[in-house]
Design a protein around this ligand. Structure first.
Ligand code: CMP
Length: 141
């Protein structure tokens, strides 16, 4: 078993789709190990998306991600990182395979409903970004 980080993004939370997305993830075989409703500050969103700082959509992305609450989740499954990326589908909903979270719930290429870590290394970093050591100790083992 391994773990990955998902974030149900502000578009999906504000339109009342968080519960449906959570159910979809559980039906796809993920165990929810931790989750919390939170609202990112500009500084937090900027740091989380640091890797995209030079991209033309960076400012808009930070503004979107701070526009309302989001719902980060620690998910567990066999090969969790790859499994979650397959379950959520391509970044752009128009390219997402039928039945994936983004095909079902995303609005457009920015407001695309959900984030998923892209490697085990980034999963560990992103889980620590949202969850404290004491929260993670409670779900260890
Ligand atoms: P994600 O892949 O989770 O992380 C980077 C995010 O940037 C991506 O989801 C989208 O929300 C956003 N993004 C990626 N490409 C574009 C784009 N061309 N225009 C606007 N937003 C984008």
């Amino acid at each position: 078993m391994s773990r990955t980080l998902a974030i149900i993004k502000p578009d999906a939370v504000s339109s009342g789709k968080a519960g449906k997305i959570l159910a979809h993830l559980e039906e796809a075989g993920f165990t929810v190990k931790a989750g919390k409703m939170t609202r990112l500050t500009d500084a937090q969103a900027g740091r989380f998306y640091e890797v995209h700082r030079e991209r033309p959509f960076y400012d808009s992305l930070v503004s979107f991600m701070t526009s309302g609450p989001c719902f980060p989740l620690v998910l567990e499954a066999d090969g969790a990182v790859l499994a979650l990326r397959e379950t959520i589908g391509a970044t752009y909903p128009a390219e997402a395979a039928p039945g994936t979270v983004r095909a079902l719930f995303a609005e457009n290429k920015e407001r695309n409903a959900i984030h998923a870590s892209d490697s085990d290394e980034n999963a560990a970093r992103e889980i620590s970004f949202f969850f404290s050591d004491s929260e993670l100790i409670q779900i260890s083992g």
